[in-house]
Design a protein around this ligand. Sequence first.
Ligand code: ZN
Length: 235
Amino acid sequence: MRKRKTRINSVNMILFCVLFSLIMVVYHQVYWPLFLFVTIVGCIGFTRVLIKQKLQLRLKKSGIEDILQMDGFQFEHYLATLFRDNGYAVKVTSARGDFGADLLLSKDGKKIAVQAKRYIKPVGIKAVQEVIAAATYYKTNESWVVATNSFTKSAKVLAHASEVKLIDKENLISMILKMNPEANEVASNTLKKIKPKDIRCKKCGGVMSVKKGKYGNFYGCSHYPRCTHTQKVGS
Ligand SMILES: [Zn+2]
């Protein structure tokens, strides 16, 4: 709502600038410094609106909104589909008790161990340590941590020293769009077809399931209303 309002305000401002400039020119009563000032302000406003629209389109095309609604299990499957569509051979390892890798990718004789982190907080050093262990165990050429958030400083330091590739939310959006400009469909299909994994309620041990809420998806306890415990998806 706020974003939309800002956009309308910017458009109004540009229209005002254009009209004002036109009136000045038509009536030859141009006080040129003012005319120049108004034109510059108008151009800046117009460019800002264009950039904003382009960024919004980019987010929409990447399907990131749907990705942020996924749980860890769905996110792994989403990444598996994305890489498979791009010619990678993909093994989802987490179902069988992994050695620090959620996905094993291979393409053109190169093997990559991937940790997928659908987190609502910045991803810490543990994810990097795990993927390093996985790279050793599976004898991969590269190791990546793909996250829907940023990374902590210690995670970055260790990743840099160990040549682990960190893909944060921004990098993920760029990677998705590069791999598949229509990726928003892959994301929405994954969300529809793959059921989130059951997790247990920390208060009563009941099964938590994904519910739709006003502010996005969340886990709610099956013993509701007896138990009102909720948990954020991705925590
Ligand atoms: Zn409960």
